[in-house]
Design a protein around this ligand. Structure first.
Ligand code: BG6
Ligand code: MG
Length: 228
């Protein structure tokens, strides 16, 4: 893990960790990709795996707007709402039949259990409105002390709202929270929330993060600037 600022020398120690869901706890990229591809194909819009990368951390409607950048005509708001709903139907269908506790990313459970054993509070902060269903499918519906998700917010990442709601529900000050994120929009949201951030996966090179790692499996929870 690389470290920009050593949290232990910088301000308050961390009392809570807020996990992004998609791409940090569980990989849903392939399910999103298949659902967006199916919609794009029906509408005759080109859509490739690289395009999927731009949708990370971004809300459903904003994702649709990105997909429609390659469309050959304008779509009305009514059409867009229907398309977002159609994509979500395909997405939920796939989650329902395929997502299982085995899809929790490597090392995540051990990492979370370690933090919990040290008395650190854990929360989820996700843009996804499907967070409750995903947590249930992977068997973590009762694991977190607080969940803030796409159903709670008016503004999605990079706005800090979702993380601030998570902190409020945990009753922990933002500066005592550490966010774990895999999306650039999420790293920006954590910085805007005045929280420390560990960037992993697709965001692992994001220089705004305090700590960076290719995958959570590479990080020892004891190396975080936590209060013990
Ligand atoms: C984020 C994903 O967690 O949730 C994005 O990284 C997704 O790719 C967003 O668009 C919204 O998800 P949902 O499940 O509400 O359509
Ligand atoms: Mg993510």
């Amino acid at each position: 893990m690389s470290r920009e600022n050593d949290g232990s020398q910088q301000g308050a120690k961390v009392r809570a960790v807020v996990f992004d869901l998609d791409g940090v706890i569980v990989s849903t990229d392939q399910f999103h990709y298949r659902a967006w591809s199916r919609l794009a194909e029906q509408e005759g819009i080109p859509f490739a795996w690289e395009d999927n990368d731009r949708l990370r951390g971004v809300s459903r409607m904003e994702s649709l707007d990105i997909l429609l950048e390659k469309a050959s005509r304008e779509y009305s708001l009514r059409e867009k709402r229907e398309m977002a709903e159609r994509k979500n139907g395909y997405y939920r269908q796939a989650l329902e039949s395929e997502l299982t506790p085995r899809d929790v990313l490597p090392g995540v459970r051990e990492f979370m259990d370690g933090l919990r054993s040290a008395g650190i509070k854990l929360a989820v902060g996700s843009s996804s409105r499907n967070t409750p269903m995903i947590l249930e499918k992977i068997g973590l519906q009762n694991y977190f002390e607080a969940v803030a998700d796409g159903n709670d917010i008016a503004r999605s990442k990079p706005d800090p709202q979702v993380f601030l709601i998570a902190a409020e529900r945990l009753r922990v000050a933002p500066e005592e929270c550490l966010v774990i994120e895999d999306a650039e929009a999420g790293v920006a949201a954590a910085v805007a929330a005045n929280m420390r951030v560990l960037a992993v996966g697709a965001a692992a090179d994001d220089q705004r993060a305090d700590m960076r790692a290719r995958a959570l499996a590479e990080v020892d929870w004891r190396s975080l600037p936590i209060r013990q």
